[in-house]
Design a protein around this ligand. Structure first.
Ligand code: GLU
Length: 501
């Protein structure tokens, strides 16, 4: 049987990490087996489903690189791939079950069902349908239908246990009496979720269903539907729930959980996939934690997927993201940080070649300070947002400047750099050596004031990296011009004079 998997999101909101992990495991297995990955949109909840969520979902999956072979946008031999376009199929299968006596019409009004339910709950029972309409005679049914009475279609659930062998959790079964005859078609003729899923999974020839463990109780119902249709169910693998560090189900309370939020904070898709793959799966090479998607595909199997709940660990995700950032070429990194610096108002939308190359140099210099791309603006602030009148008043900076000899170091640096002409890193280094001699200062008494003179800050990027960036940046045509080294030292000295007056 060919391996065919599907990811079946409901377009009722943004994709969150739990869904992404489900999509990923489906995709990994399909790709590992050279099978087919289907995207099916489960929009049977007409009130909550929205096309904009569907569009966003498709974009999110594309961004992650989880490509599908059949789906609403590409179609395929088993379409349509949106449940709202498949209602006639659901009705067709329901008619078949009705004709075979495996399903029946139920005329119970909602208020009566609600009352039954309330009483069962009060008696501490699992609520289920009591079977009031199970044995209505065919004559009664057609009379009531003709009279225009509203009805649902329910599955005639058998006695005994229903179970399956889960690829992750092993055998799981329940007593059918706890389930009761459940609804396949609602009174408006639309399919109830479990029925639509079974019809779709059979029609789409799905061989493996991989989804969150919250669906285990649905799986029992779905197996009963397969039985009634006389069809073999697919394999099932349920994935354990993702928990926050406090042990409760991961939710907004734990911070960002939507994929959108992670993307805008500057997590790389390959890092998110790497992290989510490790979250609940221990089949990878021991000691190795950084994997490219192709390596994950190669190693994937359900055998080592864990049953125990997985705990989301942001520090680990940050570490994995940092590791993937370090594997990027400077040009690529420059492209990725560009939007953040543009947003800050420091770079234009279109970069000419010189600016692009300069940005790659800058990206390389700040790389080791980044967990996420959105931190790039803060790291680059020193380049674009240098205002001595403001910066020198910061407490730590003021303390450095208050030390004996600090201003002398900066004054001497100004003199040493005074010669005109292009400033190379070598010239800067020689100037430092000269200042060291003339001022008699060394170590932090030398470098702290120099850092302040160049950056207006007490800490930050290595100065040897910063100097060439400032010098190369000052000739560029940018919305905010970058000051070179000499200009910075001069501006700091001027600030002192103005301040002293
Ligand atoms: N639409 C369901 C969900 O988003 C999919 C369940 C399934 O994979 O069968 O949870």
């Amino acid at each position: 049987m060919p391996v065919r998997l599907r990811f079946a999101p409901s377009p009722t909101g943004h994709l969150h990490l739990g869904n992404v992990r489900t999509a990923l495991y489906n995709w990994l297995y399909a790709r590992n087996k050279g099978g087919v990955f289907v995207l099916r949109i489960e929009d049977t909840d007409a009130e909550r489903s929205q096309r904009r969520y569907e569009n966003q979902l498709l974009n999110d999956l594309r961004w992650l690189g989880l490509d599908w072979d059949e789906g609403p946008d590409v179609n395929g031999p088993h379409g349509p791939y949106r449940q709202s376009d498949r209602s006639s199929l659901y009705r067709h299968f329901a008619e078949r079950l009705l004709a075979e006596g495996k399903a029946y019409r139920c005329f119970c009004p909602p208020a009566l069902l609600e009352e039954d339910r309330r009483q069962q709950m009060a008696a501490g029972q699992q609520p289920h349908y009591l079977g009031r309409c199970r044995d209505l005679s065919p004559g009664t049914v057609s009379r009531r239908l003709q009279a225009g009475e509203a009805s649902t279609v329910r599955l005639r659930v058998r006695k005994g246990d229903v179970g399956f062998e889960d690829e992750v959790f092993g055998p799981i079964s329940v007593d059918c009496s706890t389930i009761g005859d459940f609804i396949l078609l609602r009174s408006d003729g639309s399919a109830q979720y479990n029925f639509a899923v079974v019809v779709d999974d059979t029609q789409m020839r799905i061989s493996h269903v991989v989804r969150g463990e919250g669906h285990i109780s649905n799986t029992h119902r779905q197996i009963l539907i397969y039985e009634s249709l006389g069809l073999d169910p697919p394999h099932f693998a349920h994935l354990s729930t993702i928990l926050g560090k406090d042990g409760s189900k991961l939710s907004k309370r734990h911070g960002a959980t939507s994929l959108d939020a992670f993307r805008s904070q500057g997590y790389l898709p390959q890092a998110l996939l790497n992290y989510l793959a490790l979250l609940g799966w221990s089949g990878l090479e021991e000691g190795k934690e950084i994997f490219q998607p192709a390596e994950l595909v190669q190693a994937f199997s359900f055998q080592r997927v864990n049953r125990s709940p997985a705990t989301f660990d942001l520090d680990k995700l940050n570490w994995i993201n940092r590791s993937h950032l370090k594997l990027l070429e400077p040009d690529r990194l420059a492209q990725l940080i560009h939007p953040y610096l543009r947003e800050a108002g420091w770079l234009p939308s279109h970069l000419d070649q010189a600016t692009g190359e300069w940005l790659a140099q800058l990206a390389g210099a700040i790389l080791k300070y980044l967990d996420r791309l959105d931190q790039s603006a803060e790291q680059c602030r020193v380049i674009f947002d240098f205002v001595p009148g403001r910066d020198l008043q910061q407490q730590e900076v003021a303390q450095i400047l208050a030390e004996e000899g600090a201003w002398e170091v900066i004054g001497n640096l100004g003199k040493e750099l005074a010669a005109s002409g292009e400033l190379q890193l070598e010239d800067y280094k020689q100037a430092i050596q000269a200042v060291k001699k003339t001022s008699g200062k060394k170590g932090k008494h030398l470098f702290h004031p120099i850092r302040v003179a160049l950056t207006g800050r007490a800490s930050g990027l290595e100065l040897d990296k910063l100097v060439p960036i400032l010098e190369a940046g000052k000739g560029l045509d940018l919305p905010v011009s970058v000051l070179g080294v000499r200009e910075r030292v001069r501006a700091v000295l001027e600030t002192k004079e103005t301040g002293n007056r």
